[in-house]
Design a protein around this ligand. Structure first.
Ligand SMILES: [Mn+2]
Length: 399
């Protein structure tokens, strides 16, 4: 059986307020082609389909249109789970209609997939977080753990009477208990698959996911996954990678770099050949960079204007950092933006601030209020008012 694994599409995500829909459209077109060329029997989209709880109609339409084409008239089964950015109920609302196209949707860790015909395949058995399917004559056991927030995880245990799971107190212990009970569903002669959206310890962060989710209590060890799984398709981390200590678990990564930090690594989807009882064969299928994100360091305003002129035909996002000893005149900004579309920001780099340059690499090191103060000072050449800062900090904390 051929499986294609992808995740973290974040449809509708912007960069500095600019839409990425065109790039996302290009990726989806390529993705449909890849799945066709590979003659995929199954596709897993491991969460964060959308960028937020209330996706735009355009983003939803793009998703549904893609799903329909991926289905190839129901000959390919597509499994969709929700990530932390998705609204699980909204994401799966189209589930009953999607069934005819072989699409299976799970919103929560305790979601139950109704058995029956899905496109040209059949789900013969199911339980919370599990289904057994016959896909093009191959038997598949699939464990589904859509983004397991603390709250959703507790719902799984609400009616649990088993001593072990009740005793489990930490997040990691609960997750571990969840997988050890789910793995009991694996049949001897089936292909064993897992799809989940979570952060596994020692995976490398990338900046797009807030650290409170990544580094905080929602971290689990790679040892929670059953060794009997043939392949574990993960979402959440945008950098493609293997999971330490768990050779068959992979993050496919996101198809687009969502910020400047994510431009340092390649993007891909994963193709997996599976056979019951045999080790899987994994191929990484590289994706093109649809529209690069660049930082241009310019020595002065003239150089910046020149660079805009030289690059006016190129399709790329630009952060412009310009060395200057005065603020940048409105007409120069206008000139740059007229010459080069998609300038994301123009930052004057003043000589006395050269040492604490506002570059992407130090952002992580600074406390948030310092970051805001420095940014404000650089941008407007005056200090931010205490009241404004306090209000901003309050809003950030509430969120
Ligand atoms: Mn995520």
């Amino acid at each position: 059986m051929k499986l294609i694994h992808t995740a973290d599409w974040h449809l509708g995500k912007n960069i500095e307020g600019y839409t990425r829909l065109e790039e996302q459209r290009q990726f989806l077109k390529d993705f449909i082609k890849i799945c066709e060329d590979e003659q995929a029997d199954m596709i897993i989209i491991a969460g964060d389909i959308y960028d937020n709880y209330n996706p735009s109609a355009i983003a939803e339409q793009l998703f549904y249109d893609t799903l329909k084409q991926l289905s190839r008239n129901g000959s390919c089964m597509t499994v969709v789970i929700s990530g932390n950015h998705d609204n699980p109920d909204r994401l799966t609302a189209s589930g009953p209609l999607a069934r005819d196209h072989g699409i299976v949707m799970a919103g929560n860790p305790n979601s139950i997939i109704t058995p029956g015909i899905y496109g040209q395949h059949e789900i013969t058995e199911s339980a919370p977080g599990y289904f057994h399917a016959i896909i093009n004559n191959e038997e598949v056991d699939m464990l589904l753990v859509p983004f397991p927030s603390e709250k959703r995880l507790n719902e799984v245990y609400l009616n649990e009477t088993d001593d072990e799971t009740q005793k489990a107190s930490s997040y990691g212990e609960k997750m571990s208990a969840l997988f050890s009970s789910l793995k009991e569903h694996f049949h001897k002669d089936s292909i064993h698959l897992i799809a989940s959206h979570l952060f596994v310890m020692d995976s490398i962060e990338d900046g797009s996911e807030r650290s409170i989710q990544l580094g905080g209590s929602y971290m689990v060890g790679g040892d929670i996954f059953p060794e009997t799984a043939d392949y574990i398709a993960l979402g959440h981390v945008h950098k493609p990678q293997k999971v330490p200590g768990c050779p068959n678990a992979r993050y496919s990564g996101s198809p687009l770099p969502f910020n400047i930090k994510e431009t340092s690594f390649h993007k891909q989807v994963i193709s997996v050949e599976l056979r019951a009882g045999s080790p899987c064969v994994i191929h990484e299928l590289p994706l093109p960079v649809y529209k690069p994100i660049e930082i241009w360091h310019c020595e002065n305003i003239e150089e910046a204007i020149e660079k805009c002129e030289e690059n006016k035909e190129r399709d790329c996002w630009v952060y412009l950092e310009i060395k200057t000893d005065h603020y940048i005149h409105e007409e120069d900004i206008k000139k740059m933006k007229t010459l080069k579309t998609d300038i994301l920001s123009i930052t004057p780099v003043l000589p006395e601030n050269d040492s604490d340059d506002f570059s992407a690499s130090d952002i992580k090191e600074q406390p948030f209020d310092e970051l805001v103060k420095n940014f404000y000072r650089k941008r407007f050449q005056v200090d931010i008012g205490e009241e404004t800062l306090a209000l901003l900090m309050q809003i950030m904390e509430e969120n």
